[in-house]
Write a protein that binds this ligand. Structure first.
Ligand SMILES: *Cc1c(COP(=O)(O)O)cnc(C)c1O
Length: 388
């Protein structure tokens, strides 16, 4: 009976709402047909709202990494010096892509579980005026920190460097003001806080970035932003658009507009705060110690000698139908991560915490049933009007 029953609590893919699911079942139109072109143009226009930008936003059929590669391949030429801010696996990924395009990456690394310090970035920028771009992850999904993009944007505005932000696991879950913050390229993907299935990414590009892209000589084909720009004028894409995902995107943005971006950020904050209250109440330790550095879309929790996180994940999945993520690379076996973005209601945090309590009990972890739920309920009761 419950073959398909699940609580997807990984940081992407995330649950898809019934509204979006239904929308994606619509008839597949020809990707160059008049009907689809009009719909596509309207949908892309709506994406400006979620990036808080007046600039064009482009849709590309790819997972998030594809759009990150698109950003790199359009601005980094062989031998270019760029700064890559690394707070975890996704910062490292940016560095790997830069190296693949033969860029000279200056890597500024911060302790895992801590956010990037703008002061340190400023120092590197001052000592390396040749830096052509700053690559930074908005929410570092591998640890659950949120990086101070606005402050980094203030520095980028004053320099010649472009600011390129991986907001794949943050956009619409946390504030990102593309124009106001001075972001030159911002990237997000469908299967995170937008609550769509995987396969679509969005990339927004500033005027400052276009100047660079027009002069760019590096190799690229599928990722060539100039061809996307040329085609957007004709209300289409250079290659076949992921038609169903565009239907879904349109509906997803309608739902986000209905809730209001700001109200959505507050809901995500509440989900974070409920978990951050419950975790210590269950005698567990948060991986990101500082509340102000904690992501509103993903929360990491430490394992210990008393808690085998992989075993916990197995019990959560098998007994309680809750799917949480493990640690990546160096953090494998050391932490587990709860994704809480997109189509996620505060009630979903209560079910997640309830399952977590039972799984901990099952593993004889020293904690008291109900303490996590109680702490989270108190947080929710104090936050009015969220999730209505
Ligand atoms: C999920 C994610 C990506 C993209 O990963 P894909 O598997 O390529 O979709 C990129 N950056 C961050 C921060 C992410 O969370």
């Amino acid at each position: 009976m419950f073959n398909e029953y699940q609580h997807l609590r990984i940081p992407g893919p995330t649950p898809v709402s019934p509204e979006v699911q239904r929308e994606m079942n619509r008839t597949i139109l020809g990707h160059r047909s008049e009907g689809f072109s009009r719909f596509f143009a309207e949908t892309l226009h709506k994406t400006k709202y979620i990036f808080q930008t007046k600039q064009d936003v482009f849709a590309v059929a790819a997972s998030g990494t594809g759009a990150l590669e698109m950003a790199v391949s359009n601005v980094v030429e062989a031998g270019d010096t760029v700064l890559v801010v690394v707070t975890g696996v996704f910062g490292e990924r940016f560095a790997k892509i830069v190296k693949a395009y033969q860029g000279n990456a200056i890597i500024l690394k911060f302790e895992l579980g801590r956010a990037a310090q703008p002061q340190k970035i400023q120092e590197v920028l001052e000592s390396h005026p040749e830096i052509k771009a700053i690559f930074v992850t908005h929410c570092e999904t591998s640890t659950g920190v949120v990086n101070p993009i606005k402050k980094i944007g203030d520095m980028a505005k004053k320099s010649n460097a472009l600011l390129i932000v991986d907001s794949v696991s943050a956009l619409v879950g946390m504030d990102l003001k593309m124009d106001n913050w001075g972001i030159d390229i911002a990237v997000t993907a469908a299967h995170k806080a937008l609550g769509l299935p995987p396969g679509l990414s969005l990339i927004a590009v500033s005027e400052k970035a276009w100047k660079r892209i027009r002069q760019h000589h590096g190799p690229r084909f599928y990722w060539d932003l100039l061809s996307y720009k040329k085609n957007i004028g004709k209300q289409t894409t250079p290659f076949t658009a992921p038609v169903s995902l565009i239907y879904g995107l349109s509906k997803s943005i309608d739902l986000i507009q209905q809730e209001g971006l700001e109200q959505g950020f507050q809901r995500h904050n509440l989900l974070r705060d409920m978990l951050r209250a419950a975790i210590p109440a269950l005698n567990l330790e948060l991986f990101v110690p500082n509340d102000e550095e904690a992501s509103s879309t993903v929360t990491s929790i430490k394992g210990s000698t008393h808690l085998d996180v992989e075993e916990l994940r197995r019990v959560l999945r098998e007994n309680y139908k809750i799917d949480v993520a493990g640690g990546q690379q160096n953090l494998k076996g050391k932490i587990f991560r709860i994704g809480h973005m997109g189509y996620m209601h505060p009630m979903d945090m209560l079910t997640t915490i309830a399952g977590l309590e039972m799984a901990l009990k099952h593993l004889s972890y020293p904690m008291e049933l109900g303490m996590g739920i109680r702490a989270a309920e108190e947080v929710w009761l104090n936050a009015e009007n969220i999730g209505q």
